[in-house]
Structures are given as C-alpha cells and as structure tokens.
Design a protein around this ligand. Structure first.
Ligand code: HEC
Length: 332
C-alpha cells in the first residue's frame, strides 16, 4: 500500500518527475477525437476543429468539487495565462477539461473561470460524460480515481505535431517558456534569468525563510499578504483576527471545518463561494511555519507607513516583537 502523499509531497514529486517528460511525442491531428464540448459560456466547441484549430495548445484537467490540488493548479495556470499575454486567444489556446462533466455546468464553470481571472482564449469545458472520458484517455489522463488525476499540463503545437508535458507545480516561468518554445520562431531572451517580461526564473521558487517557501509555492497563487484579495482573502492580519488553534486546524483541514459547520469557515465559504480553500495534507510543523511566516509578514507590514489603510485591529501589536524583519528580506 502506498500512503497517501501530502499535496506538497505530490508537488515535489511532480516537479522532479514531470519537469518536461518527453512523452507523448508526435501526435498528428488524426490522433485526437473531435469531441463536442461546452465551454463556460455554453458554446458548443469541437476539440479539434474549434479548440486546437491549428494552434499551440495547453491542456489540463480539473473538477469543481476538487478538495485539494485543482484550485492551486488553476491558480498557477492563471499565472501562466497572464504571462503568455495576448497570444492566448490568437495562436495559443488554454483548454481546461472537467473530470466530472456530469456535475459541472457551464454556469458554474463561468463563475470559476471568473474567480481566476480567465478571459479570452482560456476555455473551461464540460460535455457528455462518455465522450469526455474517451478524450481524457486519449490525452493521457488515465487515472481511475478522481483523487489521482494528473496535475500537469499537456502542451503541444498542432502545426508541428510536437506534444509534451510540463509541470504546473514547479517553476512556472520555465513552464511558460516550455510552451513558447513549441513555436519554432520563438527566440528565448538572451539573459537566462529573464524568460519573459515580469516573469523571472526564480518567481515562485523556494525561498529560504521558514514558511516562505511553502507560502510562495502553495498559497501565493491564491492569497496575497497585504496586496488585496486574489482568489482568496488577503492574509495580512490573519494571525491577529483568528486564534492560533483555529488557524492550525483551518490550514490543515478547511474542508472538515466547513463540513462541521464551524461558523468562521461557513462565513468564509459564503464570502468566497466559487473556489474553495484546498486541503493540502500539511503536517503540524508546516502549518506552524506558515502561521509564523504570516505573522512575521503582518508585523512587518504594520510597521510600514501605508496610505489610508491604518488597520485599527493591530495597533496593540505595533512596536513590539519585530524580530528585525526588514523589507530587504522580503522578495515580493
Ligand atoms: C486555490 C486557491 C487557494 C489556495 C492555493 C490557498 N487558499 Fe487559502 N483560501 C482560499 C479561499 C477561496 C479561502 C476562503 C474560504 C473558502 O472559500 O474556502 C481561503 C481561506 C484561507 C484562510 C482563512 C482566511 C481568514 O480570513 O480567516 C487562511 C488562513 C488560508 N486560506 C490560508 C492558506 C494557506 C496557508 C495556503 C497555502 C498552504 C492557502 N490558503 C492556499 C483559497 C486558496
């Protein structure tokens, strides 16, 4: 028996195994079924004729009720989407296919897409269960249980027939470069560290400070600390507004607290109805490290002069226990 890995274990493994595994190789257009699918606007689209349509394609799988990895994968895909910029919708298409098409309706997919800022050129798709099943099998998503589904991207250039996989959980700038490199005319930028405007090779890479690496890898795609609401709430001050035990439990088992009717978890779920905080299978040490990082960041931010947003709840914390965390130690 294989023990169920924690999500971060799964991420580490996916990163080492799938950085860009050579498979699948060459696929001509006749390889793919021309499955009829429905996108988040309820439009009927054919997989080959309308979606691939001669373009560079990025394909992944998810489902709306997913308690763990899908939300994080989609949030990370949103970063790739942003970096690919205007080419998405032109010669690049992003195709996210539901693994529970019997449940996921276009209306729900539309709300989900919106929560992640998906627009032009990024399709969230559902369809007839048997047909979607055939398509996913062809695309190499052959897991027999939902919880085991792949979290990487299948990327390919329809014109050259070259297809491969790249990880969504490793270095995202490198993954973005893998996609662009499918275009034979793409020239990688001269400076190796700089792959694209706004995306450097160490964006999202592990950071050394306790908790920071975990945060940037597993949380930052959905949460900012002090830069406003993203997919989930801004976590600045969260260590002041919630107590430590509650945070420990919530970070480790948000789904269970919601199911138990914990009043704060229920309220948060109502405020953020479309995307759910994932369950990561984190151990106590990791959760505690994340909390100390959130707290250190909160204290650091409270010290900085900010316009118009004096947070009243935090003044009793000002001026003490600052650990000398200075702005220079922080990379965001
Ligand atoms: C896929 C997006 C996503 C990811 C990734 C994510 N969260 Fe969340 N988080 C949410 C959402 C959405 C909520 C609001 C509750 C809900 O709807 O489930 C939330 C709520 C929270 C809260 C409660 C905030 C409050 O005001 O009380 C904490 C704490 C939190 N997340 C911490 C984390 C940490 C730590 C990580 C990384 C290990 C993380 N989250 C990763 C989406 C995410």
């Amino acid at each position: 028996m294989i023990r169920r890995r924690s999500l971060f274990g799964a991420i580490a493994l996916a990163t080492t195994l799938a950085a860009t595994s050579a498979l699948p190789g060459r696929w001509g257009l006749d390889y793919f079924p021309n499955t009829s699918l429905l996108d988040q606007e309820g439009q009927e689209l054919r997989f080959v004729d309308d979606l691939l349509d001669g373009r560079i394609a990025v394909v992944n799988f998810f489902y709306l009720d997913c308690p763990d990895i899908c939300g994080l994968a989609t949030a990370r895909m949103a970063k790739v989407y942003e970096w690919l910029g205007e080419r998405v919708g032109e010669d690049i298409v992003i195709i996210s296919i539901s693994l529970t098409p019997e449940r996921d309706t276009p209306e729900e997919l539309a709300a989900y897409a919106e929560a992640f800022g998906a627009g032009e050129g990024w399709y969230f798709l559902t369809g007839e269960p048997e047909e979607v099943e055939e398509l996913r099998y062809k695309l190499g998503e052959r897991s027999t249980r939902l919880s085991d589904h792949r979290s990487d991207m299948l990327i390919g250039n329809v014109a050259t027939g070259e297809w491969r996989r790249t990880s969504l959980m490793g270095n995202l700038a490198a993954a973005t470069a893998d996609i662009l490199a499918l275009d034979p005319d793409w020239e990688p930028p001269r400076t190796p560290a700089k792959v694209l405007d706004g995306a450097t090779l160490d964006s999202f890479a592990e950071k050394s400070r306790v908790g920071e690496g975990l945060f940037s890898k597993g949380c930052a795609a959905c949460h900012s600390i002090g830069a406003g609401v993203r997919v989930g709430p801004d976590l600045e001050g969260v260590t002041l507004r919630r107590d430590h035990d509650w945070l420990m439990r919530y970070i480790r088992t948000p789904d269970r607290m919601l199911a138990e009717g914990d009043p704060i978890a229920v309220k948060l779920d109502q405020e953020y109805p479309t995307v759910r905080m994932p369950r990561f299978g984190l151990g106590e040490k990791d959760a505690a490290d994340l909390i100390s990082y959130l707290h250190a960041e909160t204290l650091r931010l409270e010290e900085l002069p900010r316009e118009g947003s004096a947070s009243d709840q935090a003044h009793n914390m000002d001026g003490k226990d600052t650990h000398g965390n200075d702005a220079a130690g922080h990379a965001h």
